[in-house]
Design a protein around this ligand. Structure first.
Ligand code: GDP
Length: 294
């Protein structure tokens, strides 16, 4: 289960605090040392941990907590609030302000990008939208086929021009969408095993050609800090509008979920919770913090 070890450790720390009744400053500081270690072990970014623990400590050794009748409870409340603030603010919505909402899906191979494109299409269709999926990952014929299979499963059309130039495909897809009353266009762009200039240039070219409402980076939460580094690189080049963390149903330690927003400044918009095409949820920082605190 995701966050299992982190949740267990935090609960142990809080249990010790509860057992003490009134807390001294030293008690809080000791507990914070342990929280810091637990977060680092969960692969949360070092700088993020440092700043987070400093904020929690400052609030926790404040008068209100120390003089409260339930100081441990107050400390837990502060940790919860700071986790929410770290992953938030509040869930960020998709920008549907244009007639046709163009969404570029970007990400490394294996992150879950193609599956998530289908999940997102299904998610929007349920909401009354008319999505069109676009096969612009042209280097692997299998990727086009995969999107078609997913399109069939979710009952959405897939626009494909085989292995032609992805910029031309994307432009033609938007034209097609306009003529056929699709109001959401989800472009599945190429994935690679590693970030390289060629990939980035291609994505920049598509971005410039289609002026998307959203550029969503799909990252695998199982890869922890690597996911966050990938997000930073993509964001530098593309100015992402949001992140989608996949595989949160697995035994991810928590690092990506807790660090991604703080490190990149990009909000997490959705989370992938399984292999099935229904397993996509809007991201709510409060819900994630509750899961982490158990
Ligand atoms: P792409 O190469 O980035 O397009 O990745 P795919 O969409 O092909 O996904 C790679 C693998 O991850 C597939 O086996 C998917 O079923 C799986 N996958 C994608 N999202 C999730 C998720 O949220 N949870 C789980 N458990 N598996 C996922």
């Amino acid at each position: 289960m995701a966050f299992e070890s982190l949740t267990q450790k935090l609960n142990d720390i809080f249990k010790k605090l509860r057992g003490k009744g009134k807390l001294s400053e030293a008690d809080v500081k000791q507990a914070m040392k342990e929280v810091r270690l637990a977060l680092l072990e969960a692969d949360v970014n070092f700088k993020v941990v440092k700043e987070l623990v400093a904020r929690i400590t400052e609030r926790a050794i404040g008068q209100e907590v120390m003089e409260s009748l339930t100081p441990a409870q107050q400390v837990i409340k502060i940790v919860n609030e700071e986790l929410v603030a770290l992953m938030g603010p509040a869930q960020s919505k998709i920008d549907f302000s244009k007639d046709i909402t163009v969404i570029m899906m970007v990400g490394l191979q294996g992150s879950g990008k193609t599956t998530t494109a289908g999940k997102l299409g299904k998610f929007f269709a349920k909401d009354g939208k008319k999505p069109l999926l676009v096969a612009a990952d042209v280097y692997r014929p299998a990727a086009i086929k995969q999107l078609q299979v997913i399109g069939d499963k979710v009952g959405l059309p897939v626009f494909s021009m085989g292995q032609q130039n992805p910029v031309d495909i994307s432009k033609a897809a938007i034209e097609y969408a306009r003529k056929n009353n699709h109001n959401v266009v989800i472009i599945d762009t190429a994935g690679r095993l590693h970030i390289d200039d060629e990939l980035m240039d291609e994505l920049i070219n598509i971005k410039n050609a289609v002026n998307p409402s959203e550029i969503l980076l799909v990252v695998d939460s199982m890869t922890g800090q690597d996911a966050v580094n990938v997000a930073e690189e993509f964001n530098k080049k593309l100015s992402l509008t949001g992140l989608i963390l996949t595989k949160l149903d697995g035994d991810t330690r928590g690092g990506a979920a807790l660090s991604a927003k703080a490190v990149t400044g990009c909000p997490i918009k959705f989370v992938g919770m399984g292999e099935k095409l229904d397993d996509l949820e809007s991201f709510y920082p409060e819900r994630m913090a509750s899961r982490i605190l158990g």
